[in-house]
Ligand binder design. Structure first.
Ligand code: SF4
Length: 235
């Protein structure tokens, strides 16, 4: 794990690279995908192309992941994935809490025609939530049951969580902001200002105006803090 944190930190420190935050997220995503390929799930996965029930949930992401998405959206020529369309779809989600989103059937602004339009760059939280039960996903979508009701693949959870903790640790070691916020609100900030990534890299919490950051499990932060302090000793 420490090696992964070192790789991500080295990317975040790359000189004269204004896209290094988004590229660090891309590296974390690639590492997560490759480790899952090497150690795949033993559970039968319920997720299928075109099934987007989980894409109506509250998604919280780290800043580098949103900058990666902004890079992908800016360079995209896909119908519906232009900045104006994404911002319009993010608008109804503004200010809503996870509780308000539950059962409200409000789609992620990146869900187009029932499919994730940024699948290869989807956040680590989306990679974690790989279901083994379609009926459970539908119950959550309908607002019947929530709060961990959907059983997810342990392998997907582990590989994406490791990448998430490594990213968090790299951010902590370099004293970047580590707050996570709701995806749509973060996209509004990152897409509205072409310099937002640069400003964030220079130490400004460009997302600070978004209501409150999402509260993470203390265990996630503690694991990242341990790795960050190990990395700092080597720097
Ligand atoms: S980013 Fe993609 S996978 Fe994640 S919630 Fe949005 S549409 Fe779904």
């Amino acid at each position: 794990m420490l090696g992964v944190v070192q790789v991500l930190a080295a990317k975040l420190l790359e000189p004269d690279n204004p896209q290094r935050a988004g590229e660090a997220a891309h590296l974390a995503h690639t590492l997560s995908t490759r480790s899952l390929r090497a150690h795949p799930s033993r559970s039968a996965i319920a997720c299928k192309k075109g099934c987007g029930y989980c894409c109506y949930s509250f998604v919280a992401t780290l800043p580098p992941e949103v900058f990666r998405l902004a890079q992908v959206i800016r360079s995209s020529t896909s119908v519906g994935l232009d900045i104006g369309a994404v911002l319009a779809r993010a608008q109804p989600l503004r200010g809503l809490t996870p509780e308000q989103r539950f059962g409200a059937k409000l789609a992620c602004p990146l869900l187009i025609d029932g499919m994730c339009s940024v699948y290869d760059s989807r956040p680590l939280v989306c990679r974690q939530t790989t279901s083994v039960s379609l009926p459970a996903c539908i119950e959550e979508y309908d607002g019947i049951q929530g709060d961990g009701h959907v059983e997810i693949s342990p392998a997907h959870l582990a590989h994406a969580s490791n990448a998430y903790v490594a990213m968090l640790a790299a951010l902590m070691a370099l004293k970047h902001s580590t707050h996570a916020y709701e995806l749509g609100a973060m996209l509004e900030v990152a897409l509205s200002d072409a310099n937002s990534e640069q400003r964030w890299l220079e130490g400004e919490d460009v997302f600070a105006a978004i209501a409150a950051p999402v509260v993470r499990s203390p265990r996630v932060d503690q694991a990242a803090e341990r790795l960050a302090s190990e990395l700092v000793r080597f720097m």
